[in-house]
Ligand binder design. Sequence first.
Ligand code: C5P
Length: 238
Amino acid sequence: MDQPFIVALDFQSRKEVEAFLRPFVNEPLFVKVGMELYYQEGPNIIAALKEQGHRIFLDLKLHDIPNTVKQAMKGLARLGVDLVNVHAAGGTNMMKAALEGLDAGTPSGMARPLCIAVTQLTSTSEEMLHHELWIERPMEEAVLHYASLAQESGLDGVVCSAREVPLIREQCGTAFITVTPGIRFADDETNDQVRVVTPKEAQKLGSSFIVIGRSITRAADPYAAYARLKREWNEEES
Ligand code: C5P
């Protein structure tokens, strides 16, 4: 997985996805398909994207009893996606079951999809953590604890804020994958993201993969925006 950019295909229909991807016909991307698109279009959208050469992060954030997650993951692995995820809040047994399902469903000769965990959603505030979820520890400790649980369960990494990456790398090592959304170009609007970083900042913080959505998908010229992303990422600092 040398490509460090994951483009979030937050669209509702295959038609919109096709229109967006048209300029990228000779530039296979690493794309993220989330609930919005998958629940509308189903497994066919994955087959279509794979046919066009794109790699896929299927972002469905599974969270259920271990056996259900295992069986669901078996099916997702058969789709041939590259990366999937679960909520670490489902616990160690659920995360281990996810891996068992992925192993069982991976077609022979293919690599098992990488599996990462959501630690705490970035929409969860410190206040919500304490008063709604009744988790008494500070957010940072809760995130690090969930990252460790994911690692101990055998998962490949976590989804987190780029700002959390240095601590997670310190605790879990540099081979543990960090996938970080909340990325904006310096002159972009932040939209509903609260704490954003630029691609270069995410790189400096040590993100393994950055997830970038609207800065590319809603750009006047998405192909040019993607080219800018690559240029900024590869620019040497003066
Ligand atoms: O458009 P934008 O770059 O904000 O898109 C970010 C993508 O990453 C969206 O698909 C969003 O759902 C996802 N995401 C996020 N924060 C998380 C987990 C996922 O923004 N903690």
